[in-house]
Design a protein around this ligand. Sequence first.
Ligand code: UDP
Ligand code: MG
Length: 136
Amino acid sequence: MSSNEQTLSIIKPDAVERNLVDEIKNIFIKNNLIIKESKKIQITKDEASEFYKVHQSKPFYNDLCSYLSSGPIIVMVLEGENAILSNRKIMGATNPKDADENTIRKLYGISIDKNSVHGSDSAENAKKEIEFFFKN
Ligand code: UDP
Ligand code: MG
């Protein structure tokens, strides 16, 4: 609905390591999402555990938090019409094997865990996640 909706995007360590940052950013731009903020950081495992705490009961939680903190990531605020849903469509399904053609995860994802990008899944989480990385 809103043309200036914002969402949080992360380019995960597997994609940063393979120098895919510019290619992935270009996909957002081509799909009418504006990159309002972008920074390259490395987070601690404690920070990753806080960020992903919604998944704390899942069997993959520990590995997921180790992985997200294993190397540099790019955290971005994307803005545009229906940015949250639009970004989720551009990303593709969690498992790259199930992702639609030309989605980021289909193009670049290695596996369900090394799936190259994160994107907020709701307005509530977008707000929380943007605050997590961009407000002190
Ligand atoms: N994940 C995993 N194994 C699974 C499911 C998820 O390693 O069986 C990881 C994967 O990196 C995923 C993240 O946990 O991106 C968060 O899972 P979620 O279900 O929220 O998927 P997403 O919203 O990223 O598509
Ligand atoms: Mg999710």
